[in-house]
Structure formats: C-alpha cells, structure tokens
Design a protein around this ligand. Sequence first.
Ligand SMILES: Nc1nc2c(ncn2[C@@H]2O[C@H](COP(=O)(O)OP(=O)(O)OP(=O)(O)O)[C@@H](O)[C@H]2O)c(=O)[nH]1
Length: 603
Amino acid sequence: MDSSLLRNFAIIAHIDHGKSTLSDRLLEMTGSLTAREMQAQVLDAMDLERERGITIKAHAVRMMYKAKDGITYQLNLIDTPGHVDFSYEVSRSLASCEGALLVVDASQGVEAQTLANAYLAINNGLEIIPVINKIDLPSADITRTQEAIEQAVGLDATDAIPVSAKTGLGVGDVLEAIVHRLPPPAGDIEKPLQALIFDSWFDPYRGVVVLARVVNGRMYRGQKIRFLSNGRTFQIDAMGVLTPKPVAIEELTAGEVGFFTATIKNVADTKIGDTVTDDEFPAAEALPGFMEILPMVFAGLYTVDSHEHTLLRDALEKLRLNDSSFFFEPESSVALGFGFRCGFLGLLHMEIIQERIEREYNLDLITTAPGVRYRITLTSGEVIEVENPSRWPEPTNIEKIEEPIIKAMILTNEEYVGGILKLVEEKRGKQLNFEYVTPTRVMLTYELPLNEIVLDFYDRLKSVSRGYASLDYQLAGMWTSPMVKMDILVSGEPVDALSIIVHRDHAYERGKALVAKMRELIPRQQFEVAIQAAIGSKIVARETVSPLRKNVIAKCYGGDISRKRKLLEKQKEGKKRMKRIGKVDIPQEAFLAVLRVGEDAQS
Ligand SMILES: Nc1nc2c(ncn2[C@@H]2O[C@H](COP(=O)(O)OP(=O)(O)OP(=O)(O)O)[C@@H](O)[C@H]2O)c(=O)[nH]1
C-alpha cells in the first residue's frame, strides 16, 4: 500500500486506564468487528492469551478506516505489554510505530506507568496524541487531567481528546486525529529489506510466528531471509496480518506491519529487536536499539515429589520454546535434591512461569527465595557472576562485589511521601530527584538495589501508600556493596536452599526477622527444632519451635471414624507442599519467608 496512507500507532496507558476498551472500540468503529463478533472475539482473544500468555506480549491489528476526507487509510494498532518486567518489549513495539495515543483516566490522572511509557514513546521519536478517557464518570476532571499531562509529562494537552471508551463518545475524533496528526512511515521500498521483529511466539501447527514491522524494502512469501543478530537464514513460507482474524497476504512493504512463518523451530532464534533482511541482497546495517534481553531475577525450582523431577524438566523445556527470555539450568541442593536454577525478567514473570507449571503440568513446586546476579572480583583477579547463593565464594577470596541497581520512578500523593521515604531508605535507596508534578502529586526518582526490589518492595509500597503509589523501573548499572551470604540452620544443619545474600549492615536485622518468620511457618514436630541464621560460623539469630505434645487424632479417641479420616487427610494435604529436610518438614512458605519478613512491620 502507498505508505502515505499508512499509520502505525500504539496505545500507551497506565493499568486500567482503558487501553483494551479503547482498542476494542476502534476495532468496532472501523468495522473490523461487528458488535456481535466483538464479544466472540474478546473471548477468543482471551483463550489465546491464556494459552500463550500474550497479555504480557505485544500484538498488532490492521484496520481499514475511511476518514472524513473520503480516503481509506490503513491503521496498524500495535499493542504493548503492560508491565515493568517487559519494558524492553514495550520499547521495541514503540519503535515499530510513528505515533501513540497516550490514554489517561480522567478520574485518576497521570500515573507512574503513564509517565514511563510516555517517556519511552518520546525517546523513540513518536508523535503523541493525549486522550483523556472515562469522561462519562461523575468523578472525571478533564481540566485537571489536562494540566497533569502538561505538568508531569511535558506534553501540550490543549488538543487532548476527551473520550469515553465505554460509550464510544469522542472515539471518532481519535480516529480522525490518528489520520491527520500522526505522520506516515518514512521508509523506502527500493532499499534492501530491513524489518524489525517486535514479537514472536510458538504455534504448535505453524512453528514460530514472528510479528515484524518492515522499515525499508519488501518482504514476500518464498523470500530467503536472514536474521542479522545471529546470521541464521530461513525461507518465508506464509505471511499474514491480523484484522484481528488472521488473513493471509503475499507481501509486506516498507511501513507495513504483519506476521510471517518460516519453519523456525525455536523461539530463541527470533530475538525481539532483531533485524530481518534479504539473504541475497542484505541491508548493510541492523536497525538501531537491539539488545539481548537477560534474566534479572533468579530462583531455584524443585518438585515437592523428587520423582517428578523429569516432568519438571519437560515442562520447563516446553515453556522455554515459547519464551526466550526465560532461562534454566539444572542445579542440585543438598536439602531439596535435583532441581533447576531459573532466570526471569522480573518477579511477575517468575510468578507467571511458576503458575503455568503448576496449573498446566500439575506439578507441586518448591521455589527458593528469588535473588539477583552479582559480579564478584576475586582476589586472584578473576571476575565471576554468581546468582546462586550456594556458589558464593569464600569471603577471604572476595576482592569486590557489585550488585545490579535500578532507577525507580514512584508517583504518589503528597500524604504518602513520608511512609515511602522511610521504605526506600530501609531498602538502601539513593534519592535522585524529588519533584511536585502537580500541587498534590509527587514524583520520587531513586536508585535502588534490584535485590531489594525483588523481595517485597512492590507489596510494601502498595501497603504504605494504600495503593496510591505507582512504580516503574529500569536497570541502571551496578553498585559496589558489602554483601554477605546468610545461611539458615535447621536443627543445627545448614539448609542450602534457604541461604540468601544480604547487605552486611542489614544482616543482623534480616536474620532476626527471617528466623522469627520461619518459626511461625515451620509446624511443630515431635521434637524441639532450632532455627538459626548464621554468617560464616557466626550465629546472628535464633528461634525455637517447641515440640508438639499431642498427635492430631488423640483428641477424638474412640470417636467418629470419618472425622478422624478427615483430620488425617487434612494433615496429609498440608504435607503436600512440604519438604522433609533431615527430620523436619519444611513448608513452601518457609522457603519464601524471606519475601514476607516485612509483612508484620507494615501492619
Ligand atoms: N466508566 C468508564 N469505564 C471505562 C472506560 N474505559 C474503560 N473503562 C473501564 O475501566 C476498566 C479498565 O479498562 P481496560 O480497558 O481493561 O483497561 P486497560 O488499560 O486495558 O487495563 P489493563 O489491560 O489491565 O492494562 C474496565 O473495567 C473498563 O470497563 C470509560 O470510558 N468509562
């Protein structure tokens, strides 16, 4: 299609500000879907999303829109994932667009994710149309929202479009604005092919499906293509666009967006941000902005029943087919047996994978405390990376430890600032900026160790701000920090799977809180159980679980047999998620106790 008639855009918004509702309305108003199809479509999409977890992935829909000037335009709506764990993917989706709708809920105003996404869009050179949504709500305040967009984001909001995505009011104006305010793509069809990969997934029937934006040149069925990051070549065997129904096409030209398949077996071959070119007439250079995405958060995954270890490996292999940002390798623990060290983009990603394994593969898992990857310089001069506490070197061999840090933006109401400052301080944060973005809203910019964020930061933040704070973050380098390994001993035996890495100055406090929490979580046994936290040979905290006096059925002696059975079953059920270590049964919660030590302090 003539590229002057193309418009590629994304919708960016804070969670719940109405991105999905507005996209649905745009589809409906361009006739891409009838109201009846709409319902069916939404359901289909949900099933599909559940299947491949694409709520966290980007996808693209082509719509044909006949504007008031009588001309029909091709609009490509590129969806962006909505969570901080996936910000690289968001940035690549944005790089596939010329413009973005910035949707702000008129009753909530600008939030941290609104800002973070708006900045990403601005950095990618996108033209932004502010859209003020939910104007049907009595609490909607258009003028204040406009002011917030101008003050906080720094965009001119005089032309912001007020809409109700729910009723459809104003959505027609959004379509006209897309056509008249966003620029068409600038690519050149005569140049060698350069296409940007911004999403891919594994389809059991078609193999890997790749979503791409053609920047220059053309891409056609039968073409031999090459991926510039790894030099791999494939032949395109099918191409299509989502309308949102998949429709087969023969080619995509500069400026267009669509998907292709090319007998690619492994999702890991299609890296988001990579450039696709023609194998015979390759482009001289890759498109800018490509990065290998690396896992940032690591944890051990073990099956409760050690016989299920191979089933877990199969499950992980299958999941990995569809998710190249997730990493695993075998590890073993004295306490837990054979398992896997897994790397994730963030905590949400970890939860998604864990939940899928439990639900789809019906395996009961023990997850060890999540941690980050440290860079350690040894006294020998060698530099190693350690993400597993069990591989932590002897302190005498360590010259320097560096830990990953993030830059966090926290947006909140004035009244919660005190609580949040206390929290970031406790989490070793360093203030970069403190700014009133509106008379009552404050934006705090902090550097914080990633290690502290993966623990319980997000939950604690929600709790101290009663939900009125939003957080967005990105990786921002390394700090040299005096970290130490803290071991947990149960009945005098160190349990390797419970070891964690902590900051030296926080070790005593953390150890105390941790053993106290564990004492609550480890059920009483027939004998006394000592729980200790130790750094090297030094015990920093100790708690005791006192012995059990009666067995559970003693109190219904002689009584009703079904009640007895029920009690025993209940006890068995409780055991399911426990791991016997030495003579002590330790429940899953105890392995993650480190995530919950702050809980009592909050309430
Ligand atoms: N009253 C009103 N409610 C709306 C409007 N637009 C969206 N909503 C509601 O707001 C909620 C969130 O809308 P979504 O479209 O799911 O928001 P989202 O930004 O896609 O949310 P995530 O998918 O969680 O990121 C839903 O309950 C919608 O029905 C609107 O214009 N008016």
